[in-house]
Design a protein around this ligand. Structure first.
Ligand SMILES: Nc1ncnc2c1ncn2[C@@H]1O[C@H](COP(=O)(O)OP(=O)(O)O)[C@@H](O)[C@H]1O
Ligand SMILES: Cc1ncc(COP(=O)(O)O)c(N)n1
Ligand SMILES: [Mg+2]
Length: 562
C-alpha cells in the first residue's frame, strides 16, 4: 500500500489500475512500471494539458492529437435523460470523447420504465472488444449491468484490455423507482465488480442493497455505509444523497479509505433530476480521463450536476414526475448569446474606489469621466461603503458617461444595482454569488467577470457562463485586505488553464504593467487598476500614461511574436 500511495502521489495524478486486473503487480514495482509505460507516451504533454485545462487535446510525440476517451458500458434510455444518452451528453459537455457499449435497451420516459430488453451477452462482449481492441480508452464507466453474465464479460475484457480507471455506478433502481438490475445481481457486484472499481457511486437504495438492506436515513448512516462499502474492495466510494429525506443540501459522502468528506451543494428545487446519477458518474470518468485526481473529479462533477440542474430547473419535457435536464447548457448559453462582450475591452480596465476619490476630492462620475477620457476601455464601479440609493445614482450617471464613449460599465458584486441601473454587467468574487446564478439573474446578454486565483476557479467561472476572469493579486496591494498574491507565475498558470479571456489585477501600475503583459499568453488581454489611476491627483494624466505603457508593451509583444 505504501508503495502504491507513493507511486500515486509522485508519478500519477490518475487513478491507476483496478485491483482484480493485475493482482500480481500490486505488491511490486511492476504496477508502477506497467502503468508508467502506458502513460509515458503522453507524459511530456500531460503538464501542458493540465495547464490548458479541461478539454485540451493531448498531443503525442508524433503530433497526433489524443482526445481523452471514456467508454460507457450501460443501458439505453429512450427518453434520453439517463443511461447511455446521459453519458454521451455529459462527456460532450466536459470535452471528452465517449464510446458506448449498450447492455440493454429500455423503453423509458419521464413516467417510468415500461420495458427492458437485455442485449445478449456475447453481443455485449463483441461491442466491448470492438471498442477496446481499436481505441485508446482511458476510463471505463459502467451503468446498467442487467445480468451476471454481462458483469463477468466486463471483468474478462478489462483483463485483456486494461484501462486507467474504472468508474462503477451500480445502477439497480431508476430515479422513478423501477428495478433495472434485480437482487440476483448483488453477489457478482460484490464479488467481481466492486473489487475492480476505482470508485463506486451508489445512491442510497443501491448502497443499502449492497449492504444487505442496512437502513441509510441520515448523513451519519452514509458515513458508515461508505466505510462498509470500501471494505468490499473499491478504492473510493461516493454514497450519493440525492434521495436523502428532509435534506436542504444535496449531500454526498466520499471515502478514499483514509478520509471521509461530506460534499455539499445546494439542493435545486426541480422535477428534472432524471439521469443525475448517470451524469455524475460519467462526468467523474471524463475528469479522470483528462488527468484529474479522484477527489477533484468528484467535486467538479458534483458542481456540474448542480449547475446543470439549476439551469434546467424550469424546463418541461414529458408529463411524468421526473424530467431530464440539459447537459449542454453551457454550449447553449454561449452559442445562443448575442456577443456583447469584446475581450479587447479588458485592455485598460479602471476599477473605482470611493475612499480614494474622497481623499482627492473627486466625485465618482468625475473620476470615471477622466479615466474614460484618458483611455480606459472598461470601467467597474467598486463601491464598498456606499448606500444602495447613492450607488444606484452613481451607476446611472457613470453609465451615461460610458455609453457616450462606447465602453462597458460593470458593477462590482451588486447584481441588484447592475439590474436597476441597466449597467452592462457585473464583476463578482469567489465569495459572492456563483457565476451561474448571476447568469440566470442577469440573462444571456450582460457581461459577467469572476475573480479567480486558480485553474479550478477559472474552469468553474467558464462553466457558470462568465465572459472573462480577473486574476491576481499579481503584486501585493493595499486595495484589498488579506488578498493572496499569486505573482506572475500564478497569473500565467491561470491564463493557460482558462478558456476565458483574462485581465490581470493587483498592485499593477505604470512601472510594472509592461512586465505583466510580457508574460506573453494570448488570452491575457489587459490589466485592471485601482490605485494607479484613482489614488492620484490627476486621473486623466495617469490613465494616459498607463495607456501609453500598455500600447507599447502590446506592440513589443506583437513584434516578438513575428
Ligand atoms: N435536487 C438536487 N439538487 C442538487 N443536486 C442534486 C439534486 N438531486 C440529486 N443531486 C445530486 O445528483 C447526484 C446524483 O444523486 P442521486 O440522485 O442520489 O443518484 P441517482 O440519480 O443515482 O439516484 C448526486 O451528486 C446528488 O447530490
Ligand atoms: C438505462 C438507464 N440506466 C440508468 C438509469 C438510472 O438513472 P439515474 O441517473 O436517475 O440513476 C436509468 N434510469 N436508465
Ligand atoms: Mg443512479
Amino acid at each position: 500500500m505504501a508503495n502504491e500511495a507513493h507511486f500515486l502521489s509522485t508519478s500519477l495524478p490518475f487513478l491507476s489500475f483496478n485491483k482484480a486486473v493485475l493482482p500480481e503487480f500490486r505488491q511490486s514495482k511492476g504496477l508502477s512500471f506497467l502503468v508508467n509505460s502506458r502513460i509515458s507516451r503522453s507524459k511530456q504533454t500531460r503538464a501542458s494539458m493540465e495547464m490548458r485545462g479541461s478539454g485540451g487535446p493531448m498531443t503525442s510525440d508524433h503530433s497526433a492529437v489524443k482526445i481523452p476517451h471514456v467508454l460507457t458500458v450501460a443501458g439505453s434510455d429512450s427518453g434520453a435523460g439517463a443511461g447511455i444518452q446521459a453519458d454521451l451528453k455529459a462527456c460532450a459537455a466536459r470535452g471528452v470523447y465517449c464510446s458506448t457499449v449498450i447492455t440493454a435497451v429500455t423503453a423509458q420516459n419521464t413516467v417510468g420504465v415500461q420495458g427492458v430488453n437485455i442485449v445478449p451477452e456475447d453481443f455485449v462482449a463483441e461491442q466491448m472488444k470492438s471498442v477496446l481492441s481499436d481505441m485508446d480508452v482511458d476510463v471505463v464507466k459502467t451503468g446498467m449491468l442487467p445480468s451476471i453474465g454481462i458483469v463477468k464479460i466486463l471483468h474478462q475484457q478489462l483483463q485483456v484490455y486494461p484501462v486507467r480507471a474504472l468508474v462503477v455506478d451500480p445502477v439497480m433502481v431508476s430515479t422513478s423507482g423501477d428495478v433495472l438490475a434485480g437482487p440476483s445481481i448483488l453477489a457478482v457486484f460484490r464479488e467481481e465488480l466492486l473489487p475492480m472499481a476505482d470508485i463506486v457511486t451508489p445512491n442510497l437504495k443501491e448502497a443499502s442493497a449492497l449492504l444487505d438492506g442496512v437502513k441509510i436515513n441520515t448523513v451519519s448512516d452514509m458515513h458508515s455505509a461508505a466505510k462498509l462499502l470500501h471494505d468490499m474492495g473499491p478504492r473510493n466510494v461516493l454514497v450519493k444523497g440525492g434521495h436523502l429525506p428532509d435534506s436542504l443540501d444535496a449531500v454526498d459522502v466520499f471515502f478514499d479509505g483514509e478520509h471521509l468528506y461530506e460534499l455539499r451543494s445546494s439542493r435545486i428545487k426541480t422535477r428534472n433530476t432524471h439521469g443525475t446519477g448517470c451524469t455524475l458518474a460519467s462526468c467523474i470518468a471524463a475528469e479522470l480521463a483528462k488527468g484529474s485526481s479522484m477527489l477533484k473529479a468528484v467535486k467538479a462533477s458534483k458542481f456540474f450536476v448542480e449547475t446543470a440542474l439549476d439551469y434546467s430547473k424550469d424546463i418541461s419535457i414529458g408529463k411524468g414526475p421526473q424530467g431530464p435536464f440539459d447537459h449542454l447548457m453551457n454550449l447553449k448559453h454561449n452559442s445562443g448569446r448575442q456577443v456583447r462582450f469584446n475581450p479587447s475591452d479588458l485592455f485598460l480596465y479602471a476599477v473605482t474606489d470611493s475612499r480614494m476619490n474622497r481623499k482627492w476630492g473627486h466625485s465618482i462620475s468625475d473620476a470615471v469621466k477622466d479615466a474614460v477620457q484618458g483611455g480606459a476601455t472598461i470601467v467597474q464601479l467598486r463601491e464598498k461603503d456606499i448606500e444602495t440609493g447613492d450607488f444606484l445614482e452613481a451607476a446611472k450617471s457613470c453609465l451615461q458617461i460610458c455609453r457616450a464613449n462606447g465602453i462597458p460599465l460593470l458593477i462590482n458584486d451588486r447584481i441588484d444595482v447592475a439590474l436597476a441601473s441597466d449597467a452592462d454587467g457585473v464583476h463578482i468574487g469567489q465569495s459572492d454569488m456563483p457565476a451561474h446564478v448571476a447568469r440566470s439573474l442577469l440573462g444571456p446578454e450582460k457581461i459577467i467577470g469572476v475573480s479567480c486565483k486558480t485553474p479550478e476557479q477559472a474552469e468553474q467561472a467558464w462553466l457558470g457562463g462568465a465572459d472573462y476572469i480577473g486574476s491576481g493579486g499579481v503584486y501585493p496591494t493595499n486595495t484589498k485586505e488579506n488578498n493572496r498574491t499569486i505573482g506572475l507565475d500564478g497569473l500565467k498558470t491561470v491564463c493557460l488553464a482558462s478558456k476565458l479571456p483574462v485581465v490581470a489585477i493587483g498592485g499593477i501600475n505604470i512601472s510594472n504593467a509592461h512586465a505583466v503583459m510580457e508574460i506573453g499568453v494570448p488570452n491575457l488581454k489587459g490589466v485592471a487598476v485601482v490605485s494607479a489611476l484613482f489614488d492620484r491627483e490627476c486621473v486623466l494624466t495617469e490613465t494616459r500614461k498607463l495607456h501609453a505603457v500598455l500600447t507599447e508593451a502590446t506592440a513589443a509583444a506583437a513584434a516578438a511574436a513575428k
